[in-house]
Ligand binder design. Structure first.
Ligand code: ADP
Ligand code: MG
Length: 233
């Protein structure tokens, strides 16, 4: 476990300025996540799930304690280094898909590769079409986001997160805007990619439909880890 921990959080506290004082969003979190895990941060709204995902994604840093992602201490990275960590190693999936409306499905997925150096146009095309194949959307490559259903939009977002074959994918409430059928479909797609590519997935969710697929559930309450369970082992 020690060697394969790609996310290692120690005594992490996160406070935000609030009014005249401070609000503690995360309190003394200790957590290790290994390569290939399919894990969820679960808890009610306001429990700190997004705050913790943002720190794992090096979009934010701890107030106290440590967060090492792929061996790099988040709070010691320069702006450029944290952008590089995200662009090469971490994929993001959001509740509202966050597709760029003026670009095609193909271009939305390709965008993730344009943030990296050294890809030829030919290599990008091949990688994008493969990623669209993973999510069953090769026939929508030329469509615009407005022409897609919610489920299709989230599958494009999965392709965009996965096209660079990142070590880690962070998914913040990915099923919150989807119906039951599409919720199952997108999590099954992510589970398949998790198995095939050994990608580590971390979800923030309070959706039972998502939770049933997780290998490990970390329950947050008021910014603290309340309990941890393994399942499906
Ligand atoms: P969750 O994703 O579980 O709903 P969040 O991590 O978004 O919870 O938020 C946890 C708590 O921290 C909430 O009370 C929220 O209002 C607060 N919070 C989150 N981000 C900020 C911020 N940038 N500034 C101030 N308070 C914040
Ligand atoms: Mg949230």
């Amino acid at each position: 476990m020690e060697n394969s921990s790609i996310i290692k959080i120690e005594n992490l506290t996160k406070r935000f300025p609030s009014g005249n004082g401070e609000f503690t969003a995360l309190h003394n979190i200790n957590l290790e996540i290994g390569k290939g895990e399919f894990t969820g941060l679960v808890g009610p709204s306001g429990s700190g799930k997004t705050t913790l995902l943002n720190i794992i994604g090096s979009l934010d840093s701890p107030t106290e304690g440590k967060a090492a992602i792929l061996g790099q201490e988040v709070s010691s990275l320069t702006h450029r280094q944290s952008a590089e960590l995200r662009n090469y190693h971490i994929g993001f999936i959001f509740q509202t898909y966050n597709l760029l409306p003026v670009y095609t499905v193909f271009e939305n997925v390709e965008f993730a590769l344009l943030l990296q150096k050294n890809w030829t146009a030919y290599e990008r095309r091949k990688a994008v079409m493969e990623a669209l194949d993973w999510v069953g959307l090769t026939d929508k490559a030329g469509s615009k986001p407005a022409q897609l259903s919610g489920g299709e939009s989230q599958r494009v977002a999965i392709a965009r997160a996965m096209v660079k074959r990142p070590e880690i994918v962070l998914a913040d409430e990915p099923s919150a805007n989807l119906d039951a059928k599409n919720s199952h479909h997108i999590v099954q797609t992510m589970k398949k990619l998790n198995k095939e590519l050994q990608t580590t997935f971390v979800f923030a969710t309070h959706d039972e439909k998502v939770m049933q697929y997780l290998d490990r559930i970390i329950s947050l309450k008021d910014g603290m880890i309340e309990k941890e369970e393994k399942q499906n082992a």
